[in-house]
Design a protein around this ligand. Structure first.
Ligand SMILES: [Zn+2]
Length: 432
């Protein structure tokens, strides 16, 4: 008795599926023929069979033109659709082969899926949407699909987005490098840094002149000429490429990169001093103090704050380096480039007298790039200077969350998906 009611209600549901599909996933030249449940191991799957409409012609997958049918593939193909009632759902269709006068015998192009993709376009968009909020593994688990399908969904979405994005109207960009993976491989990143639009524009393997040249080539000559501001670090080969390829741009050394270098100098002083203290048999008070020196004061934990306060009482080289670093912060507060330069000069003299080699090295670098550094004041309000740091943090989040990203190509797709603000194809029905 109970069994038959269940069966009846299932049949009722199945009848309604076709109505819903015709409403939300209408296919012009195809018909939803029948639906049934199939058991695969311990999993029940909903199968929706599709057939071509009478007298409809198949489309050549190369040229997109309609031609007569050559034959049918012997086994039907399944395309995964959005799960209904938590049940994995598939469109099942027997692919036709068309005889195209230009391309010969080809498999047909169906409107619900791209190329050889095993998932429907609708499901691809659905998965890609969730892959922005969850890790790919979590998406796969949540919707009972494979990691590979989530990857394919995101990949298709990114490929569509890259082909359809608008690269004109970009005035400010940032060039940066990021390392990832255990072997510390580099990525060259180019961001858009306009006040009203911040996004990832390019990712390239390695940090080489070739990598950056490739980004500018993709941006196109005309768009390169539109760039008014480019912010970068001090790596000479990149500075050269920027000068050559972006002739109308003011090159700015961003605050974020300078502070990073300064922090590195302070850290080197600390490491060297710590080793010396240990060797000479002193109490290793600089052990585990790295972040006390590097973090912004307001971000220190209670423990770090106490430790730093303690260390600052000693007459140490690290303390002198730290105090120099703190006093450098005033530099960024100036509105007038003239007074900022005045301050910089005084600060550099003081740092040179400190007799701390890493700090002296920092000063020499600053002096070498002083005009570019001063450009920061000229462009202060024209581009989003805080954005580089924020975008950088986002990249680290993606690379760290990416346990499944075995290689560069996958990582690149993940980065574009989360940071590229890429356009998406229009949907007939919105699931979210
Ligand atoms: Zn063709």
């Amino acid at each position: 008795m109970i069994k038959s009611t269940k069966k009846q209600s299932q049949e009722k549901t199945l009848m309604r599926i076709r109505t819903l599909l015709n409403k939300f996933e209408y296919l012009k030249s195809f018909v939803y023929k029948k639906e049934y449940i199939e058991v695969h191991g311990d999993q029940e799957r909903l199968i929706i069979e599709i057939v071509p409409r009478k007298n409809s012609q198949a489309i050549c997958s190369i040229c997109g033109e309609k031609h007569s049918t050559y034959d049918h593939k012997s086994t039907p193909r399944d395309f995964e659709f959005v799960p209904l009632w938590g049940m994995p759902t598939y469109f099942r269709y027997q692919m036709r082969r068309v005889s195209c006068p230009v391309h010969g015998v080809r498999i047909e192009q169906v409107p619900w899926a791209r190329g050889k993709s095993p998932i429907t376009k609708t499901y691809g968009q659905f998965l890609a949407h969730w892959a922005k909020k969850l890790s790919w593994q979590e998406v796969a688990q949540s919707f009972k699909t494979s990691w590979h399908n989530v990857y394919m969904a995101v990949k298709e979405m990114v490929e569509y987005g890259l082909a359809h994005r608008d690269l004109s109207q970009i005035e400010a960009i940032g060039v940066d490098e990021v390392h990832y993976g255990k072997k510390l491989k580099y990525l060259t990143m180019v961001y858009q840094l306009d006040q009203n639009e911040k996004r990832l524009l390019f990712v390239e393997r390695n940090r080489r002149v070739k990598s950056l040249l490739k980004c500018f080539r993709e941006l196109g000559k005309e768009n390169c000429l539109n760039i008014k501001y480019v912010c970068s670090d001090m790596w000479k080969p990149y500075l050269k490429v920027i000068k050559k390829k972006l002739p109308n741009a003011l090159n700015i050394l961003d605050r974020f990169h300078i502070v990073k270098k300064l922090n590195e100098a302070v850290n080197t002083v600390r490491i060297e001093e710590n080793q010396r203290l240990k060797k000479e048999g002193y109490e290793p008070i600089l052990d585990k103090s790295k972040y006390c020196f590097l973090k912004k004061e307001e971000n220190l934990t209670k423990n770090q704050e106490t430790k730093l306060k303690d260390i600052l009482q000693y007459d140490l080289k690290s303390v002198r380096a730290y105090l120099l670093k703190i006093s450098f912060e005033a530099f960024w507060q100036y509105d007038s480039p003239y007074w900022a330069e005045w301050f910089l000069k005084k600060w550099c003299t003081r740092a040179m007298r400190s007799k701390l080699e890493p700090m002296k090295k920092f000063v020499k670098m600053i002096r070498r790039h002083q005009p570019l550094l001063m450009n920061w004041f000229k462009a202060k309000k024209a581009y989003s200077s805080g954005a580089v740091e924020g975008l950088n943090r986002k990249v680290n989040l993606v690379t760290r969350r990416s346990y499944g990203f075995k290689n560069y190509d996958i990582l690149k797709i993940a980065l574009f998906h989360t940071m590229g603000k890429l356009p998406e194809p229009e949907r007939t029905h919105s699931f979210f």
